[in-house]
Design a protein around this ligand. Structure first.
Ligand code: BG6
Length: 510
């Protein structure tokens, strides 16, 4: 049986072990070591450890078989690391303490063997103490590190820390974006890492793929009859995929300035969503089939034209001391992509992302064409839209024209609304990282970016990024707290988006 087919069963050592007896499927026998490299950094503190904690709390990481290692250069003790992350975990003090006891800290550099040999020794000791059969142990390395050290760290893991032989055990590597800065650097990185690990061992995280409503896209599109006949160029006028944040790059200016909004958000998060909106039905849910279809979408995207791009930079961005005074880096971008295939020819996909805007939200907005033969003379009120609100207030709603209740035969804009907070009261929505780490343990690569997918994504944006880096395209200045540059709204209108006036969707409250 390939390692990908092994199941990780939900087990609760905390409250409910009868579940295990009844439902146990052949589980991997070896113990599991999760190694967080860059353990004292921001990402580890804010995302990785909290995600591991939530998995533990829900019984997905069982104290009898799991041990967590933090690795970083800082010389601190186990307890110091625990104290650093405690505040990010949760309010249930007893559970938090039990979880923290599973964490051990190893300090070492990223480019010499000593530290990694020590790490290997610690992991092996844990495996021996758990009587894990030779070769059956599972080692998950989570690189919460700057990408510049990926190649070296991967080499060290390969040399010093691999699971020793293949008896059901495995070694897997989770890496975070940015995967390079353009096509060439991304390909170099992929080649380096590809020499050390098989593609099946590599889990490139794009955390948007772990969001509940993003994961719902496949179900929505392919398990419902409604969308089947409508989801094409005959009915859809344009698609918007939007990310907005109402705060700037405070505290991250140095990193951000090297990358900009296109590399930070559009080339990865929004493009991944575009793939799921636009792809054809996969042969089955096998991860390879899904990723094959996503790659086909990316390969069908036409080169980006300058007139299909509006860039912005918010006023005050360059006041950040870590940002160069002359920075040309966009903090806002609207880019219209065109997909050259039978389903989507002529339908603009408008990707829009910005920092320091007037609101924070992420959504997909599918706008339909006008109804032919407008006997109600209601066309001006607005078009049908299907909106998937990714965050906050997860929802999907269909904006449509209905009769205004009352004696008159007049029309009004309304909606069919599936708001999660109301429909799924009390059902917690898991954090993206939680879900993706669980997928990694299970060996399911469906929600991770494959190497050829990454390459195709960079091929789309690299020419534009180079023109921006060379100062050939300049961002327009916009006020923090605004909608972004007015030119972006003009581009939206030019692409065919018709704004509805006098209607606003209000998320229901309980
Ligand atoms: C990260 C970006 O990938 O996503 C950040 O680097 C951005 O700039 C973040 O703020 C947004 O993620 P989320 O899950 O809060 O929407």
């Amino acid at each position: 049986m390939g390692s990908g087919q092994w199941m990780v069963e939900k087990r609760s050592g905390l409250e409910n072990d009868s579940f295990l007896k009844e439902h146990e499927t052949p589980s991997e026998s070896g113990c599991l070591s999760i190694i967080v490299l860059g353990a004292s950094g921001d990402l580890a503190k804010k995302k990785t450890f909290p995600a591991l904690y939530h998995l533990y709390r829900q019984g997905f990481l069982h104290p009898d078989e799991v041990h967590i290692f933090g690795y970083a250069r800082t010389r601190i003790s186990d307890d110091e690391l625990r104290d650093r992350i405690r505040g990010y975990l949760g309010k249930e003090a007893e559970v938090v303490s039990k979880f923290l006891q599973l964490i051990k800290y190893v300090s070492g550099s990223y480019d010499t063997e000593d530290g990694f040999q020590l790490l290997d020794k610690e992991i092996s000791q844990h495996e021996v103490s758990k009587n894990s059969a030779e070769g059956s142990s599972r080692r998950l390395f989570y690189l919460a590190l700057p990408p510049s050290v990926y190649p070296t760290v991967c080499r060290m893991i390969r040399k010093c820390c691999m699971n020793k032989s293949d008896h059901g055990g495995w070694t897997r590597i989770v890496i975070e974006k940015p995967f390079g800065k353009d096509l060439e650097s991304a390909e170099n990185l992929s080649a380096h890492i590809g020499e050390l690990f098989e593609e099946a061992q590599l889990f490139r995280i794009d955390h948007y793929l772990g969001k509940e409503l993003v994961q719902n896209l496949l179900v929505l599109r392919f398990a419902n009859r409604f969308f089947l006949p409508l989801w094409n160029r005959d009915n859809i006028s344009n698609v918007q995929i939007v990310f907005r944040e109402n705060f700037g790059t405070e505290g991250r200016g140095g990193y951000f300035d090297e990358y900009g909004i296109i590399r930070d958000i559009i080339q990865n998060h929004l493009l991944q969503i575009l793939c799921l909106v636009a792809m054809e039905k996969p042969v089955s849910l096998k991860p390879e089939y899904i990723r094959d279809e996503k790659v086909k979408v990316l390969q069908s995207v036409l080169p980006i034209r300058d007139e299909d791009v509006v860039l912005g930079q918010y006023e005050g961005y360059r006041d950040d001391p870590t940002v160069p005074d002359q920075s040309n880096t966009p903090t806002f971008a609207t880019v219209v992509l065109r997909i050259h295939n039978e389903r989507w020819e002529g339908v603009p996909f408008i990707l829009k992302a910005g920092k320091a805007l007037n609101s924070s939200k992420a959504e997909i907005r599918v706008q339909f064409k006008d109804v032919p033969g407008d006997i109600f003379k209601c066309q001006k009120q607005g078009r049908n839209e299907f909106v998937i609100r990714l965050q906050p207030s997860e929802a999907m709603y269909m904006k449509l024209t209905v009769k205004q209740p009352g004696l008159e035969m007049s029309t009004v804009q309304s909606e069919l609304d599936l708001s999660y907070m109301q429909r799924y009261q009390g059902v917690p929505i898991p954090e993206a990282y939680e879900r993706l780490i669980l997928d990694t343990i299970r060996g399911d690569q469906q929600h991770f970016v494959r190497r050829d997918e990454l390459k195709a994504a960079w091929e789309i944006f690299t020419p534009l990024l180079h023109r921006i880096d060379n100062g050939e395209i300049k961002p327009k200045e916009y006020q923090p707290g605004s909608r972004g540059p007015v030119e972006a709204d003009e581009l939206l209108a030019k692409a065919g988006y018709v704004q509805t006036h006098g209607y606003i969707w209000i998320p229901p409250t309980l």
